[in-house]
Structures are given as structure tokens and as C-alpha cells.
Design a protein around this ligand. Structure first.
Ligand SMILES: [Zn+2]
Ligand SMILES: [Zn+2]
Length: 155
């Protein structure tokens, strides 16, 4: 049974966007296995690098708030390794905790929600900037969801 890296409670399985993920009922954090991200349907990855370079202040604030309250390192739920903070490129201020052995990533309570907001905003910007591709973007979005977006952190 996987244990929460924050409070050592047993994680339970919940469905998120149709994928089983490990969730802590105590602190609300979520563990995503690398293989869980890999099972998300393969779709064309949009180039969101420009959008990622100007994240919504609200989102950045939520992330730094969640990280600043931490008193100790988190451990991978699959091995003994200490999770490392990894910032997505272009100074996005979006940080996820990943296992250096490649087991997956941990999202503190609120981070998944913050990512959802960020992802929605990114899609909205994509709609206005690439109006001609709108239909294609919408169809890619409905297939990918936030988990598909998270895959782009991983790869
Ligand atoms: Zn917990
Ligand atoms: Zn690990």
C-alpha cells in the first residue's frame, strides 16, 4: 500500500479523467505514476511554451504558497528517494515534485486544481491566438485533459 509522502497515511485510488491515481484523503495530495501518465492517449502535443512563459499570477502564487509551508523533504511513494522539485521550463514558476528514479510525481493539495486553472487559461489563449486551429485544438483538448498536459512535464 502506497503511503502519503506528507503525512504517511495510506493512499487510496481515485479516478481522475478516467485514470486511476493515488490520493490522500487526509491532506488531499495526489501521486501520479509515470506509467499512469504514459497510459494517457497519445495525441499531438501542442507547443505551449509561449503560454507557459506567462503564467497567471494567481497560479504562481498558489504554487509558491503550497511549497513554502513545507517543513521537510518528501519521499517517493514507490522507493526511498527524496522527491526533487522540478520547474517546468521558461521560468514558469510551476514546480512539481518528481522521483529521481522516474517513478512519478507528487502534487500537493491545490496544485492539481491550480494546474487545471492554468491549463484552461492556456487553452483560452490558444483559442484566441490560433483561431484558425480552434477546432483542432478543442478536439486535442478534450482528449488530453490536465493529465495529458502533465505528460508534457514528464517527457
Ligand atoms: Zn497526505
Ligand atoms: Zn521512486
Amino acid at each position: 500500500m502506497a503511503k502519503c509522502p506528507v503525512d504517511s497515511r495510506n493512499l487510496d485510488e481515485i479516478k481522475y479523467e478516467g485514470v486511476a491515481v493515488d490520493h490522500c484523503g487526509s491532506c488531499g495530495g495526489v501521486w501520479l505514476d509515470a506509467k499512469e501518465l504514459e497510459t494517457i492517449q497519445e495525441t499531438r502535443i501542442m507547443d505551449f511554451s509561449e503560454a507557459l512563459s506567462k503564467p497567471e499570477n494567481l497560479v504562481a502564487a498558489a504554487f509558491s504558497m503550497a511549497k513554502s509551508g513545507r517543513e521537510r523533504d518528501y519521499q517517493c511513494v514507490r522507493c526511498d528517494a527524496v522527491l526533487i522539485k522540478r520547474e517546468y521550463g521558461y521560468a514558469s514558476q510551476i514546480q512539481v515534485d518528481v522521483c529521481p528514479e522516474g517513478h512519478g510525481m507528487w502534487l500537493d493539495h491545490g496544485e492539481l486544481q491550480a494546474l487545471e486553472k492554468f491549463y484552461e487559461r492556456m487553452n483560452a489563449e490558444a483559442d484566441s491566438e490560433f483561431a484558425a486551429l480552434e477546432a483542432e485544438i478543442k478536439s486535442a483538448r478534450s482528449r488530453e485533459g490536465v493529465l495529458g498536459f502533465l505528460r508534457s512535464f514528464w517527457s
